[in-house]
Design a protein around this ligand. Structure first.
Ligand SMILES: C[S@@+](CC[C@H](N)C(=O)[O-])C[C@H]1O[C@@H](n2cnc3c(N)ncnc32)[C@H](O)[C@@H]1O
Length: 348
């Protein structure tokens, strides 16, 4: 018997049999492409290793790669089996060799991994690119272990093709409440006084503790086993690309990179082996047309955890300054809904 979802469960799990219309929007690539016109803003079904060799060299501005970690995991029935370190190293070298020629000289690449594969990814990535940083994302969820520390983090390596690369610092600053408001000549120093409190936009570090993994009551959630949060991908895309740039994800999964690129006015290309995941990616791309919001990123600002009421107040203030207020602002309406994620919200 089919399981019935709870009312507030927003998980996207459209079966392949019902997702034909989405599947038809995806493409396959079997011929060498002289330019990106046929593949831009598309989800490509197939093996990324074959597809990359058919795409034009130096055509991509930003690559975001979330390859299978070196764990035994099933992706829609296709099992990625844990490999010996030497074999995972060779696997990493293989796919990095495939994507490297596609990146423009001033392009950037980010690669996600867990702590164990991070040892290998960092080493191999350095053979192909200039490593710029290793970001650690502190995740909330992790399985407890009887004789080890629970894993509560992932790494994201940041590398570039050359010393000439895009980094939009102002686009990724984090808005924090000012605890000790320091003044010079009576005026705020490096912070702003607003109706809703005192804030400072701070430089983002390589330790990201303001992002949760998607969960069932969030509209971005799908049934993909290793989906990345939109907020995490938004930081990468905003920092390392400009509007109109091309963002490529060689392991697209449920489509997070393409969806966020679309929401942030970038072009996207994603390759994914499993047709089921391609369906969810296209469904999310369609949803992005009517709802371009990215949770935790409000009016061009990244907020720290536990700040929903401040985010809403800020949203209302922005709406107020645009129009006279005769009704509740949108953010207030949303937070008074009995939505699971609004009620339990603590980290976006
Ligand atoms: C870690 S998941 C990526 C999840 C993605 N970041 C998201 O937010 O949904 C890796 C994905 O790569 C796909 N994959 C693995 N090997 C592949 C290959 N050779 N070509 C294309 N896709 C592949 C898997 O099916 C899986 O969906």
């Amino acid at each position: 018997m089919a399981t019935v979802k709870a009312g507030r469960n927003k998980t996207i799990d459209t079966p392949l049999s019902e997702g034909q219309a989405y599947l038809e929007r995806c493409i396959t690539v079997t011929q060498k492409q002289s330019d990106l016109s046929e593949v831009t803003d598309k989800t490509i079904i197939g093996n990324t290793l074959d597809i990359c060799s058919l795409l034009p060299a130096k055509s991509i501005d930003l690559i975001i790669a979330d390859p299978p970690y070196n764990l035994t995991k099933s992706f829609n029935g296709t099992t990625f089996a844990k490999k010996k370190d030497a074999d995972y190293e060779e696997y990493t070298r293989q796919w990095l060799s495939a994507v490297k020629p596609l990146l423009k000289d001033n392009g950037s690449i980010y690669v996600c991994c867990d702590w164990e594969s991070s040892l290998i990814i960092g080493k191999v990535l350095g053979e192909f690119f200039h490593i710029r940083n290793r970001i650690t994302w502190q995740r909330e969820k992790g399985r407890g272990a009887k004789a080890n520390w629970k894993n509560g983090m992932e790494d994201i390596w940041f590398a570039t093709n050359s010393n000439d690369y895009t980094f939009n610092l102002d686009a990724v600053k984090i808005r924090k409440k000012v605890i000790a408001p320091y003044r010079v000549d009576g005026k705020p120093k490096d912070w702003s006084e607003t109706e809703n409190g005192n804030y400072r936009d701070t430089c983002p570090s390589n330790f990201w503790d303001d992002i949760t993994i998607p969960f069932w009551s969030m509209p971005e959630n799908t049934a993909h086993p290793t989906q990345k949060p939109e907020k995490l991908i938004a930081k990468i895309i905003l920092a390392s690309s400009c509007e109109g740039d091309i963002v490529f994800d060689p392991f697209l999964g449920s489509g997070t990179t393409s969806v966020v690129a679309k929401k942030l006015n970038r072009h996207y290309i994603g390759t994914e082996a499993e047709a089921q995941y391609c369906v969810w990616a296209e469904q999310r791309l369609e949803m992005a047309e009517s709802n371009p919001e990215i949770q935790g990123y409000v009016n061009g600002v990244f907020w720290e955890r536990n700040s929903l009421s401040e985010q809403n107040a800020n949203q209302c203030e922005a709406e107020d300054s645009k129009s006279k207020r005769g009704r509740k602002c949108k953010a207030e309406e949303q937070s008074s809904e009995s939505d699971g994620y609004q009620k339990t919200l603590f980290d976006f």
